[in-house]
Design a binder for this molecule. Structure first.
Ligand code: AMP
Ligand code: ZN
Length: 457
């Protein structure tokens, strides 16, 4: 496996800490709202990473957190608490919000055929461990108390900007015009480990601690959960590119200060999905969720097919045209795969498929390979099925899942009859409108001398 490492800015040969095993940590969702389709792009890529390793013969352990506390609107310590915002918006408790959107997240994962990570931990379930972790940092001189809060002292960690390669002055901190500088911080780049006093008194989630009754800072949970779940060293740490400069940078500083050794060997980052107006963001209100895509007539698998067509390290622009092209291509492909005969074992193309995955997860090439297999005259239909089924264990595109027939035959027949009447009355506009209405239901019409027949797209 060759993977790009943000720490070295190079594609590197992957060498595991322990032969044959991979320990992967992936930052999880902040459960104050539905995931947007940009978030889901990152989870799709991470799932491919895990499954690719398994396909290549590795044993994988993947851990993920569920952020249900402490994530403020800005990844630095500014802005309102995201969970609180969700609770206020829906007039529910933060706990109800967390439960509801955690479930919604896993429903989206399932719709996209994404495996649940081997270990999933909720941030609010680790309070004792945060307290322990912060106490050690305090003892070691990396943390200090000020104004009721506990902060990590960035000046104690000389390699602080190693991952981001950004001069400290460029990092996010409380000197942007719209937010006040946190007077408690010794250096503006220091970050909170524990809050007892924030600007938002309504915070419902609070716990007793030696530092006072309060709640943990956001970055802490990933370090503590990764340590608990996977031990002091990780092969790979994943997340979206937005996490490089603050969140992952802070994770490294506090974890390595705690353990006294190098933590992560490969930093893996997924690029953003962009919309016409730029970055996808929940704070703007309207955003695209997977359910919204379904309402717009796109199967989650169509979205996944759209994503896999480009590399995870490239920005990808979401567009109706792109999705429509993917929709047509996906359904045509599925027609072909569903028509294949019973599987017949073969080793053909498996090496090529592994090579595509091992090439920093080249999913676009992996997809192309499916078409190459389908076109290959030297293979029997059953062999083709066998090969593509193997590929499906990584890609998970439901290529062999019969579409659910959920058609209202009576309605279809009625619309066809109405269309025939319209045609007889030479009302072509109405006839076309009815055809379009059926098309939108996924029904194609075939007219012949014998009359009109229909089929599911
Ligand atoms: P959050 O729920 O905000 O903590 O984000 C969940 C994951 O989605 C993180 O790994 C982010 O880096 C990632 N992410 C956020 N926005 C996008 C986007 N537009 N495209 C791809 N990934 C994103
Ligand atoms: Zn994280």
């Amino acid at each position: 496996m060759r993977l790009y490492n943000t720490m070295s800015l190079n594609v590197e040969e992957f060498v595991p800490i322990e032969a044959g095993r991979v320990k992967i940590y992936t930052c999880g969702p902040t459960v104050y709202n539905y995931a947007h389709i940009g978030n889901l792009r990152t989870y799709v890529s991470e799932d491919i990473l895990v499954r690719a390793f398994r396909f290549l013969g590795y044993e994988v352990s993947r851990a993920m957190n569920i952020t249900d506390v402490g994530h403020l609107e800005s990844d630095a310590d500014e802005g309102e608490d995201k969970m609180l915002k969700g609770a206020r918006r829906e007039r529910k408790t933060v706990w109800d919000i967390a439960d509801y959107y955690t479930e919604a997240f896993f429903r989206d994962m399932a719709k996209l055929n994404l495996e649940t990570p081997d270990i999933v931990m909720r941030a609010t379930d680790q309070i004792e461990d945060y307290i322990e972790f912060i106490s050690v940092l305090e003892e070691k001189g990396y943390a200090y108390r000020a104004g009721g809060n506990v902060y990590y002292d960035v000046s104690k960690f000389p390699r602080y900007t190693e991952l981001s390669r950004m001069p400290l002055e460029n990092l996010q901190h409380g000197t942007r015009g719209d937010v006040e500088l946190d007077e408690n911080k010794r250096n503006p780049y220091d970050f909170a480990l524990w809050f007892t006093k924030s600007k938002f008194d309504e915070q419902e989630m609070k716990w007793d601690s030696p530092f006072g009754r309060g709640y943990p800072g956001w970055h802490l949970e990933c370090s503590v959960i990764a340590l608990k779940a996977l031990g002091e060293r990780l092969d790979i740490h994943c997340g979206g590119v937005d996490h490089i400069s603050t969140h992952h940078t802070n994770e490294i500083a506090q974890t390595e200060s705690f353990t006294g050794q190098k933590w992560v060997n490969y930093w893996w980052h997924a690029e953003f999905l962009l919309t016409d107006d730029g970055k996808m963001s929940k704070s703007k209100g309207e955003f695209l969720s997977l359910s919204r895509l379904e309402e717009l007539g796109y199967d989650p698998m169509v979205y996944k097919y759209f994503l896999l067509g480009s590399h995870y390290r490239r920005q990808l622009a979401f567009s109706d045209e792109g999705m429509d092209t993917a929709k047509t291509a996906y359904h045509k492909l599925k027609e072909r795969t569903l028509a294949l005969a019973e599987p017949i074992e073969t080793t053909a193309y498996i090496d090529e498929f592994k090579a595509a995955l091992a090439d920093d997860l080249n999913t676009a090439n992996a997809l192309t390979l499916i078409y190459t297999v389908l076109k290959d005259d030297k293979l029997s239909s059953g062999e083709k099925r066998y090969i593509i089924e193997q590929m499906e264990t990584v890609l998970g595109l439901d290529l062999f899942v019969e579409p659910e027939i959920d058609v209202d035959t009576a309605k279809i027949e009625r619309l066809i009859a109405e269309r025939n009447q319209a045609k007889q009355a030479k009302n072509w506009a109405e006839a076309d409108r009815l055809r379009d209405e059926l098309q939108a239901m996924g029904i194609s019409l075939m007219d012949s001398k014998e009359g009109t027949t229909w089929k599911l797209n």
